[in-house]
Design a protein around this ligand. Structure first.
Ligand SMILES: [Zn+2]
Length: 249
């Protein structure tokens, strides 16, 4: 459990490192309220996504559905997420994961919000679920690690792709190949905190202040300047999540 003053210090460090804004997702019944509070405490620079991670899909009962429906309408809530499928850990049964995914995709459509999508070893089930909603679906496949052929499918659906600290790892040529296949106007940079800290912080807890290192690695792969990647990925976030950092919206 991270103490509130530690969170405040982490947000401060991010702003000092040049990060303009943060979108942070709730992932389960235990962290929903705390995440909403974070959005209220730092309303100009922290926006919130509300959702149930596939790990906890079995927790989607009637009362949590009501809490999510109510949270989706609150100020500062810009997305439904994390939602998706995770067949690597299979912490919730596949059927529960698919049911939670569909219900939350419906919630996003009704709330006119984009989604933050988690995928691990599950694209074969995830892609058809997303494709059925092509046209109305908006969102990002976060911390993505699929090959360029799958990147094409994601971009064709109109979705964005989130790139994490893996792009800085020495042996992650596959991630750099994937990044090279993403149009800059569809690319977001992220932490996946506390996981996947970029080099030279690898193995330690990740935090938003490290995200410029991800941007720098993306810039190198795409042959763009770091400033260009910073301003364009910030614009992408504000466009996708329909929010403005530095404003209380
Ligand atoms: Zn995830």
């Amino acid at each position: 459990m991270v103490e509130p003053d530690e969170v405040e210090a982490a947000v401060q460090r991010a702003l000092e490192a040049g990060v303009r804004g943060i979108v942070t997702p709730a992932t389960n019944p235990a962290d929903l309220e705390r995440t909403l509070q974070l959005g209220r405490d730092f309303s100009s620079c922290v926006k919130v996504a509300v959702g149930l991670h596939p790990h906890d899909a079995s927790a989607l009962d009637a009362s949590f559905r009501r809490r999510l429906e109510q949270a989706a309408g609150q100020a500062g809530v810009v997305a439904i997420g994390e939602i998706g499928l995770d067949y690597h850990y299979m912490n919730s049964p596949r059927e529960d994961q698919l049911q939670a995914l569909e219900w939350q995709l419906d919630l996003a459509a009704e709330s006119e919000l984009p989604v933050i999508i988690h995928n691990r070893e599950s694209w074969h089930d995830l892609f058809p679920a997303l494709e059925r909603r092509e046209g109305s679906l908006r969102g990002v496949c976060h911390s993505f690690t699929e090959p360029p052929a799958v990147v094409k499918e994601v971009l064709a659906l109109g979705l964005y792709i989130g790139v994490s600290g893996m792009v800085t790892f020495r042996r992650a040529d596959n991630i750099r190949e994937m990044v090279a296949a993403i149009e800059i106007d569809r690319l977001l940079v992220e932490t996946d905190s506390p996981f996947l800290a970029p080099m030279p912080h690898r193995g330690r807890p990740n935090e938003p202040a490290f995200v410029p290192l991800v941007g720098a690695a993306v810039a190198e792969v795409l042959g763009l300047s770091i400033d260009d990647v910073a301003s364009r990925t910030t614009a992408n976030v504000e466009r996708l999540f329909d929010c403005g950092f530095g404003q209380d919206t």
